[in-house]
Design a protein around this ligand. Sequence first.
Ligand code: CA
Length: 444
Amino acid sequence: MRAVILGLTSVLLGLGTSLASAVEQSPRPQMRPGSGLITTAAVVSADLPVRSLRPQVRPDGLGDETVVLASTDPGFDRWVAGFKGRAVAQGINGRVFDRAFRGVRFDPEIVNKDRNQSEFKREIWDYLDSAVSPVRVENGQKALRRHRRALQRIEAHYGVEKEVVTAVWGMESTYGERLGDLPLIQSLATLAYDGRRGAFFEKQLVSALRILQSGDVTPENMKGSWAGAMGHTQFIPTSYEAYAVDFTGDGKRDIWSDNPTDALASTAAYLKRFGWTKGQPWGVEVRLPRGFSTRAAKATRMPSQWAAQGVVGLNGRAVPNHGRASVYLPAGLQGPAFMVFDNFGVIKRYNNSDAYAMGVGHLADRIGGGRDIQASWPRGYNPLSFDEKMEMQRRLRRKGFGVEKIDGIIGPNTINAIRAFQQSVGVRADGLPSQELLALLKRS
Ligand SMILES: [Ca+2]
């Protein structure tokens, strides 16, 4: 997947140019179909989802009159008039349409976000450092405690572990902190009119209007990311229609509410629908025998068959029989290895990326008290601890290299600041958050 930069510190997963049919079955818009098992770091870095870090708050403020006036676009107004006919032909009530489009304008900011998706290369270890940061694990444990009763009921009903549902929540909206606050109809209408993937967004827009027509949510409360993903676990409208559930029993599938119950249940329903097996891990870290090849990893075998080939758990014994599995080498043969089961593929139905699936799976494990990945990543440098990363960010900021947020997360803004600092002192501008860098910051 392509990662994109929006704003200074935040990175998100953009929309791809090829929206495969898989998109229709995925709760949120995706870039492109997955490329199967990733076996080298070089491939991995181009295929990482970093969308969960995306910014949701627009600095300019929606509803600001100057923004609205500046974005008036006669072509857009004509398009809306034409689209109304198509929407009504698909069963949308004219009054529902008019109410939904009240005050809706073409939003050039949305188009900017869609078009200016800068590439941001990210290694798997950097991705996991932030996707499964100590803060996110701790906040996940707190969120689970806070919503334990609802999550337990959801687990009992759908057979999806509360830790897994919580982990998706953490990845998608930082446990409800970042739902996206852009008016959905305006974002989708802008993207449908803009036309780069007009057919896809027009379909989402009609779906969004049907949701309004159903009375689940008002136009004022129907908010989302710039790309149309909505609520605590970021469903796009067609996925909402197909999979969202009312779990609170008030007759509304409210995935936007402060109460995340409907959204969390909808996520569990989605995972269940795509074959989640309760009790089966996403994956288990394993040891590989000497001479193991990346080609061998792609085979699908039972754990006992893998054990016969020398692929065993970290305890040296065969991995318990959780069903058929392949071997996932997120950073090639030099990094950690995992035996991954069918549930790994189920998580990928949420976002078709191996790295995302591993992020969700590992975050769920850690929320449940599981241990960190044991083998080390082939980073090629001596990494900093989480606290050291924050110290590095503080030191960069103090020296005038614009770090937006002291959060221990290495995003494009921090990497740019590292590079600028490195250039200023005449060392190679590799942008790596290494022990060497921190030492240099302390010295200079
Ligand atoms: Ca409800």
